[in-house]
Ligand binder design. Sequence first.
Ligand SMILES: [Zn+2]
Length: 98
Amino acid sequence: MSNNTNTAGSTSVGQIEKEFAPKGSLQLYSHQSVQEFVCSMCRKEKKSKLAAFLTNKPPTDPVCNGCYGTQNVMKSTGSDDGDGEKKKGAISGVSSAP
Ligand SMILES: [Zn+2]
């Protein structure tokens, strides 16, 4: 069995336990223990094993799991803007009788 832990690497936050597949411009990492860091997007202090980093830069600016999720949501729904009008029409057709 190989016991070389150096291959896992590390981020500015801590030692990497697991790398997830990149999504968009961000890649999520799970660290070997709970880490404290300040999210580079929302600027809030976080305590988590999970932190994401931009794939086009060295892993020095941690992004919290919440902002990572928001980025992915924005990617998948941001392109299509026509649904809002349809919903408006549906709501006005429903009468709110008590
Ligand atoms: Zn954040």
